[in-house]
Design a protein around this ligand. Structure first.
Ligand code: BTN
Length: 248
């Protein structure tokens, strides 16, 4: 492991880990990790994504976890995925030319030209009623992506964003995250929500949504103050969705 520092952040870099999220969780439980600590790995053997899925993690892409200890109520912890999403899309924007469209897919994916290029997975401690930290795990496809995914995936190089340096991308992300995190702490979710909505995938358009027990097709109307998806059906009935997956 090599330790380095970038502004407020401490970065531990590993060649290979089972999962940066798992190691961070273990160290956080043992109180060995402070606010703004980052663990990054060149590859992961047991990277995981949402819904307990595997996150394919060969060498060449970026896999990292960031631990923060926000002085916020538990209900607001999950909103940090939107803070991370806007920091990540801004990061990608810095390295693109103007031909690629970057968007935010609810709840926490980043798309390039309507294909998934990055995912975000939040983890907190077992003390659900009073968590003391949150781990933001991010996987960004740089030169490869899996083919067999529910929602089509891509990587930066396939979308003609090339000559990338993973360290530089990570530092750029951390600088952006720092700005939006401070904004979130000082002004709450409203400014984050606005920025997220500006690049929301299929806003005011029909989307297909997989809920736990049903599939539905409806218009994506808005994001509410709790980060929930607001859908409108043909019958004008409004639905508030807190957990689901948008599919192609
Ligand atoms: C998703 O399902 O979209 C979320 C994917 C999150 C993957 C990242 S890679 C770094 C960190 N470690 C993990 O095991 N998962 C996250």
């Amino acid at each position: 492991m090599e330790r380095s520092h970038h502004s407020k952040f401490t970065i531990d870099s590993y060649q290979n880990l089972p999962s940066t999220n798992d190691l961070m969780l273990e160290l956080a439980h043992n109180h060995q990790i402070n606010h703004n600590h980052v663990i990054v790995a060149d590859s992961q053997d047991q990277g995981h994504g949402r819904y307990g899925r595997d996150w394919s993690s060969p060498k060449g892409n970026l896999y990292f976890s960031l631990l923060v200890k926000p002085n916020k109520q538990i209900e607001e912890f999950s909103l940090l995925s939107f803070v991370a999403a806007i920091a990540l899309s801004k990061t990608i924007e810095k390295f693109r030319n103007d031909s690629q469209e970057i968007s935010h897919k609810w709840p926490n994916d980043i798309l390039i030209n309507d294909k998934k290029v990055a995912g975000i997975l939040l983890k907190s401690d077992g003390n659900i009623s009073n968590p003391s930290f949150i781990i933001i795990g991010i996987g960004l496809n740089i030169n490869s992506h899996p083919e067999d995914t529910n929602f089509k995936a891509t990587n930066l190089e396939s979308e003609k964003i090339s000559n990338l340096n993973r360290e530089e991308i990570l530092k750029e992300f951390l600088d952006n995250f720092d700005i939006f995190y401070e904004e979130f702490l000082n002004f709450g979710f409203a400014p984050i929500r606005n920025l997220w909505l500006k690049k929301a995938f299929r806003l005011n358009k029909t989307i297909n949504v997989n809920l736990v027990d049903q599939k539905m097709t409806a218009c994506f109307k808005d994001l509410n103050n709790s980060g929930n998806l607001i859908l409108g059906g043909e019958d004008n009935e409004v639905k508030i969705i807190s957990s689901a997956e948008i599919f192609s």
